[in-house]
Design a protein around this ligand. Structure first.
Ligand SMILES: [Zn+2]
Length: 309
């Protein structure tokens, strides 16, 4: 395949393979461990990790990547890497004013880069981390801006059972444990849930109108798959990360039958053994054996094109 795409990763975490679970663990336990491992991290640590990640992609023969950067340091190296795809400025947070201010700064930089790098093979987009870690105004305003300005948008959604539980009830069973582990970082969690499952929540906020690239989409029912087909969103499937974080099996066959474009991504080295998307395809073939033809899974290694999904 001449064009090989890793449709979801976080290159800035490429040096943190030691955090990747060796065997399945729970999503909240993993998230707590990740947050603790990021304490005291400096921009130079992120820069070194991005360089490591870009080299790993090249070593696998990957030509396209969709990368999320929370530190924003991945943007410049990716723009000059020769790789194609999209790098997304990530924002998150439940503290409304603070999160919106950070998003405004991301928007300013995106506009500037789209002007100065109009012909670059690497596009620039916005990522709203997830429905559970973003204030509703961040989700609504961010998506509306992306739709109006034709900026690519990427969101992690419906990944773990804990996410659905948190949005429905405002609580997660493991929260007490998480609080003792991560303390002040809980500002990323909502004080109360909207009482909706992840996909209906994004739809209610108008987020799906921006046709985001949705990562994971494991915890979805048939009606929600219909919603994603109707709103013409695309999805990234990361089966190895889903398995290690006990998220469950994404019902790939239901997405494909609904005509939803699905792509393959490894996610970061924090929840994936490597960045090789062909290893992800091999895992997907095993996981969906008897339900999805191998040829359809190979087709998911092609790069996403926002105009066509
Ligand atoms: Zn991710």
């Amino acid at each position: 395949m001449s064009e090989l795409c890793n449709a979801h990763t976080h290159l800035e975490l490429s040096d943190l393979g030691r955090v990747c679970p060796q065997s399945p663990t729970s999503f909240p336990a993993w998230m707590s461990r990740l947050i603790m491992s990021l304490r005291g991290r400096k921009p130079d640590d992120y820069r070194a990790a991005v360089a490591l990640g870009i080299n790993a992609l090249r070593a696998c023969g990957i030509s396209h990547v969709h990368d999320i950067t929370n530190s924003w340091v991945s943007v410049e190296p990716l723009l000059h890497s020769g790789l194609q795809g999209c790098v997304y400025f990530e924002v998150m947070g439940q503290k409304r004013e603070r999160a919106l201010a950070r998003m405004k700064e991301a928007m300013r930089r995106i506009v500037e880069l789209r002007r100065s790098h109009a012909d670059a093979p690497m596009r620039v987009g916005l990522s709203l981390h997830s429905p559970w870690s973003c204030h509703p105004d961040l989700l609504g305003e961010g998506a509306a801006w992306c739709r109006e300005n034709k900026v690519p948008l990427c969101i992690h959604v419906a990944e773990s059972p804990a996410e659905t539980e948190l949005l429905l009830t405002g609580r997660v069973r493991e929260l007490g444990w998480m609080k003792t582990q991560i303390g002040r970082s809980l500002r990323m969690l909502p004080k109360s849930g909207p009482g909706l499952r992840p996909v209906p929540y994004l739809e209610a906020l108008g987020v799906l109108d921006a046709r985001p690239l949705l990562v994971h989409a494991v915890q979805v029912d048939d009606q929600e798959i219909e919603t994603l087909a109707r709103t013409r969103c695309a999805v990234v499937h990361c089966p190895r990360s889903n398995a290690l974080l006990s998220c469950g099996r994404m019902r790939l066959e239901a997405f494909l039958n609904a005509g939803i474009p699905v792509y393959l991504g490894t996610d970061s080295r924090v929840s994936s053994p490597d960045l090789d998307v062909r290893a992800e395809a091999a895992e997907a073939k095993k996981l969906h054996a008897g339900k999805v033809d191998a040829g359809r899974i190979d087709a998911m290694l092609a790069p996403p094109h926002q105009e066509s999904w």
